[in-house]
Write a protein that binds this ligand. Sequence first.
Ligand code: SF4
Ligand code: SF4
Length: 474
Amino acid sequence: MTLFAFRGVKSHGWTFYDPIMIRPGEKQVSIKSCTACVKCATCHTVCPVYSVVPAESHSARGKMALIEAAIEGNLEGSTLLREYLELCLLCGACEEACPNLVPTVPIMLQAREMVAGDVGIKTGKGILLNHLLGALKTFRLAMRTGRAAQRLVFKRIPHESGLRRRFPMPLVPEDRTLPEVSARFLTELASGTVREGTGPRIGIFAGCMVNYFYPEMGMNMVELLAATGATVIIPEDQACCGMPALAGGAGNTARELALRNLEEFEKFDLDLIVTGCATCGSNLKENYTQLLEEGGVDSDRAVNFVSKIFDLNEFLTGKALSGLTDGEITETAEKRVVTYHHPCHLGRFQGIKDEPIGLIESIPGVEYVPMEDADRCCGMGGSFSIEHYDISKKINDEKVKKILETGAGTVVTSCPACILHIRDGLRRHGVEDIEVVHIARLLSETIEKSLNDSARRGTEADQQENTTDLSRSP
Ligand code: SF4
Ligand code: SF4
């Protein structure tokens, strides 16, 4: 699956975009590829949004038809068209199922940028994407302000410390559980060289969710990467990967962010860059080469940066993790029944499905139970879940149902945004006894337990020896 950046050319009241190579040597994706849609409706059968609202405008086929009408000059850019284009999770299920190989996701992203160029981005979202997201200092100041003020407007609910609103407010439904802005960001907890090892120099790309809301996942990653012997580095001034901007039609912000991240990570002479966020990983791997080239970066430099990007699961597969693979935990581990949700941006976009399952199955004491439709979108879709929570939660209801059918006590996944949304779904259904965790936490908890068990056995052995010695004393 491929994404892109585009150059706009005004014509017929629309901004048209030249097809541009995704990566050197790969196929071109043009918005005009929408004409390859043969209207077979196969995409209807897999689209989570269409399953909730079976309207043509909510399907990939309907969107391809609208975009085709627009580029042929039969439809003006409008806020209504913008709304139709936004009614999509960008989950890629339609693209995967399409018998005519229509690249629906890149086409829809292009169309969003096209409409944004003509009618703008919705006011609040436009301020965020065009002015705030790309300005790191201002963005972090806004997050700190949110951190200080969140208890005034939200109340804490038990279990994994989610928040619910105290009083009616736009875009935050009464029954929605949101994560807290963390008391300390990951980059405040740890930055620069955080672990010295003898292995490769690995930079962690945290992403906004991990940095501002779930820094503990980042710290879990630090421990895991260190357990492979790596030197672990967290570049402090890393910014958002830019996917919200790209998805929201703010291509220029996405290009600015790509350039900032390139420059920040280049300071540390890294061998690899590992992320635990499926969406960031997908964006970094698939879009950065083109975004950087569009921003004036030399192609070799851009390709070199992108070639260092790994998802955590991808990187850890086959690695010997001290404490996990030495068998210490086998006898003492409690039985833990675990299921796994495949994030769209990892399983479908990056083709990483076997790796997390392999890692889970490698953990002593863990029983992996497959979930039906594990690769079906959880309904999050970034800002989709904010702007269309009514649809988003119905999609999520199906995910909750499939989770409950597994009988697992732990849901593992590899995307912090999926974790947020699945936790919300479970809590909305009154389920308190199923935990939803990142694979980094499952693995690092196991290692910690193993090391504690080893230490305890060591202490017991020492005590035994001392006791024996004492018994021999005169
Ligand atoms: S599956 Fe592909 S060809 Fe068929 S209607 Fe959907 S987008 Fe068009
Ligand atoms: S990307 Fe997903 S939500 Fe969007 S049209 Fe395709 S299947 Fe539906």
